[in-house]
Write a protein that binds this ligand. Structure first.
Ligand code: FAD
Length: 486
């Protein structure tokens, strides 16, 4: 096919998720005289609203999925183009889209996110949850289901097993404790009883993100699997109810993975069927590495994500991280000149602060998109720019099992080896507080429940005060810690 019209833009951003939209908005704002193009495969774009700085580094915001016209109205120099990028010719500074259009850029920022790392591909009984479409597919399967199997132990799996009602959940995790991406075994122990309790009535209308569950218009071009990742509260507006009348019914299988998945027909005619006896009639049977076999209606694979870097790789010389992310330096630059990357698609390649680590999360997508735009601007104007303060301290605020959860710094003593000690305070059903100390200094914390400690602990972590002399008093509930350190 002949190449259609070629367009020139000073700035091109690829991806209409949080990182891409934030980057494009910031560029449009900083360069009102220039046109910024936002190329995206999905019909809707994500915008951040009501950004609230909870403390120095903790931030909370709402996210809205909006038609791109709203963005274009807000920034008249921002043009949103719905088309998936197929190839990048980095030397020529040209992008090619699925519909054979070419876009020339001076500076490019790749923000194409990541997709679920599906354990088993192309099996109709196995699905991943990433965007609005896949959440709808999941919901359709769930409403008729009596049993599902969830594999994975990260944030999505945690949310799912808690939120799903009316369907038995077999949760297979390869670790000794649930949620080990976010917690230690103690926090897992604190949370586990919530899975046995009736779920509380739905919380009051939540002030955070709501995602439309109406099907968005089909993209004009580009692949249907390239939607933006869902984010906080993605499940609030969809019913996560199966076909049964029970509330929670979760069974955890620890320290195991999937050995094989059998269709009903294969299973019934296999020696395994004779061995295992009558497991009931199910559409699919999952064999775990611990020898157990479960029949279920479907399987959710929630085992992490893979950055969407492929369309950009062919013929170029990108430094790719082990996880397939485009490696970026402290100015969000990839190894290809004038190509930046931000959000889930990139892997932070700079020497991080001892208190920060990359996690593919909503807040980091926003921070990276914003900072990438600032770096691009600084480089255009030949100005110096320092690594943003938000990369000083890892901080994340979220909700798991209906508890507020705040994670700070090396909350799981990541990378500290034996060089740390832990202080823990726990009140069953109320709060779980864990502090990580290294050489007498606080380097991380997990706060579950309404502890109100986040600001004080953030300060103690940031100022690296020697806390050796305070000992266990740090978590003594009889001491008002805020006053203590005033
Ligand atoms: P995305 O939001 O994935 O956006 C990528 C964009 O690139 C999309 O618009 C896509 O259409 C476009 N694109 C992809 N390929 C191409 C191409 N070839 N050409 C053009 N455009 C392309 N994070 C939290 O912090 N808290 C949570 O509670 C949380 N829950 C989550 C629950 C679920 C179910 C999922 C899937 C994720 C969750 N996350 C959560 C993670 C969070 O959503 C992501 O880290 C964040 O959205 C990443 O933003 P992004 O802009 O980098 O990528």
């Amino acid at each position: 096919m002949m190449a259609r019209a070629e367009k020139h833009f000073r700035f091109v951003v690829v991806g209409g998720g949080i990182s891409g939209v934030t980057c494009a908005e910031q560029l449009a704002f900083q360069f009102p005289e220039d046109e910024v193009a936002l190329l995206t495969a999905a019909p809707l774009v994500k915008t951040v609203t009501n950004l609230r700085q909870v403390s120095k580094t903790l931030e909370d915001f709402d996210v809205e999925e909006q038609p791109s016209s709203i963005l274009e109205k807000k920034y008249t120099n921002l043009k949103v183009i719905h088309s998936a990028v197929r190839a990048l010719y980095a030397k020529q500074h040209v992008l090619q889209t699925e519909d054979e259009r070419k876009f020339h850029y001076e500076k490019l920022c790749v923000c194409t996110g990541a997709r679920p790392k599906l354990l088993i591909k192309e099996n109709p009984h196995v699905l991943g949850i990433r965007d609005t479409d896949s959440a709808q597919d999941f919901q359709k399967k769930l409403c008729k289901a009596k049993r599902m199997l969830v594999i994975g132990n990260g944030g999505i799996a945690l949310e799912l097993v808690y939120e799903v009602e009316g369907c038995e959940v077999i949760w297979a995790i390869k670790d000794k404790a649930i949620g080990n991406t976010f917690f230690d075994a103690g926090a897992a122990q604190f949370l586990i009883p919530s899975l046995q309790l009736e779920k509380p009535e739905k919380a009051l209308p939540c002030k955070r993100t709501r995602f439309t569950t109406e099907r968005a218009p089909e993209p004009k071009t580009g692949s249907a699997d390239l939607g933006s990742a869902l984010g906080p509260d993605w499940h609030l507006d969809i019913s996560l109810r199966g076909a049964e009348k029970v509330s929670h019914n979760v069974h955890v299988e620890y320290e195991c993975e999937i050995e094989a998945i059998h269709s009903q027909q294969d299973f019934m005619s296999s020696p395994l069927y004779l061995q295992k006896g009558d497991l009931g009639v199910w559409p699919v049977y999952v064999q775990l590495t611990n020898g157990k076999v479960y029949g279920c209606d479907f399987v959710v694979s929630a085992t992490g994500v893979i950055p969407n870097s492929e369309p950009f790789l062919q013929g170029n010389n990108f430094d790719l991280a082990e996880d397939h992310g485009l490696r970026v330096d402290e100015h969000m630059r990839t190894s290809e000149p004038d190509v930046y990357a931000a959000g889930d698609v990139c892997s932070a390649g700079w020497e991080p602060s001892p208190l920060w680590q990359q996690m593919r999360l909503w807040t980091q997508a926003r921070q990276m998109g914003f900072y990438a735009a600032r770096c691009i601007a600084a480089h255009m104007q030949e100005e110096a720019i320092e690594l943003d303060f938000c990369f000083e301290l890892f901080s994340h605020i979220t909700k798991f099992f209906n508890y507020k959860v705040v994670l700070l710094g090396k909350f799981n003593a990541q990378g500290l080896g034996l060089d740390h000690e832990l202080l823990v305070r726990c009140t069953k059903g109320m709060e779980y507080v864990k502090v990580v100390l290294s050489r007498g200094r606080m380097v991380g914390a997990i706060l579950i429940g309404d502890t109100d400690l986040e600001e004080t602990f953030e300060n103690l972590i940031l100022n690296q005060m020697d806390l050796s002399s305070y000992g266990d008093d740090l978590l003594n509930p009889g001491i008002d810690i805020e006053d203590y350190f005033d």
